[in-house]
Design a protein around this ligand. Structure first.
Ligand code: DC
Length: 230
């Protein structure tokens, strides 16, 4: 009997280590990595380019329905295509980072994104990461991880990432930005960031990337073994 390919859902706040972990877990298992934040970011870029302000939901809903967002594995990471155009770098700009918090609160936007995420993940063999994978998108996911880390640990990671791009930032500013994003992600009406009751909490404040990856891979292997024995 061939083994079932799992659906692994990783949720958690900004800069908790989800993307790096999800990418490496997917590589280890030969699964597809789906960065749902990148999808919301790509759509936000299109909305910003169209000149609409982030709250005019009707037109934005129409854009969400007709936009093609693809995540293509390339050189060990993900290339993000927006209607065929490579926007991998542009979706990380400060303008997009600010606007995406509002765009991702819109119901029409979430409906379109969730539908696409379910289509991509339904056959398993996927590691999806974001805010609502274990609660809304795949409440029946085989493995659910809720990643957390202290605000300071997360700000330090962001600081390091930015430094690698030649941008110097002050830790206090980054901590405040993270607090603000946490507040927005957790208090919105539509699919707020929330741990699923059956998700396993993984605190990455004092873990190395290898340790984080190992933890999730082990949970996946346990699940596969359970299925073999069922
Ligand atoms: O993980 P990230 O910073 O790339 O996410 C960008 C934004 O998208 C963030 O403000 C929260 C939102 N988001 C969401 O609402 N639901 C998801 N499943 C993923 C991201």
């Amino acid at each position: 009997m061939s083994r079932k390919k799992l659906i692994i859902a990783i949720d958690g706040p900004a800069a908790s280590g989800k993307s790096t972990t999800a990418k490496l877990v997917a590589q280890r298992l030969g699964y597809l990595h789906i960065d749902t934040g990148a999808m919301y970011r790509a759509l936000t870029l299109k909305i910003l380019r169209s000149g609409l302000d982030g709250f005019y939901s009707k037109k934005i809903g129409a854009i969400a329905e007709t936009t093609r967002i693809e995540l293509v594995p390339a050189n060990g990471s993900l290339k993000v295509l927006l209607d065929g155009e490579d926007v991998t770098e542009q979706i990380r700009s400060p303008e997009v980072t600010i606007a995406v918090s509002s765009v991702s609160t819109l119901r029409d936007v979430r409906q379109a994104m969730v539908r696409e995420q379910r289509r991509l993940g339904k056959d398993g063999g996927v590691v999806l990461e974001g805010r609502d994978l274990g609660t809304v998108v795949f409440p029946d996911a085989d493995v659910k991880i809720f990643m957390v880390a202290s605000i300071e640990a997360r700000a330090r990671r962001r600081q390091q990432e930015l430094l690698e791009k030649g941008i110097r930032t002050d830790l206090e500013t980054l901590m405040n930005e993270i607090r603000e994003r946490d507040e927005k992600d957790s208090s919105r009406d539509e699919s707020p960031l929330r741990k699923a009751d059956d998700a396993i909490v993984l605190d990455t404040s004092d873990l190395t990337i290898d340790e984080q990856v190992e933890f999730v891979v082990r949970k996946a292997q346990e699940k596969l073994a359970e299925q073999d024995n069922a």
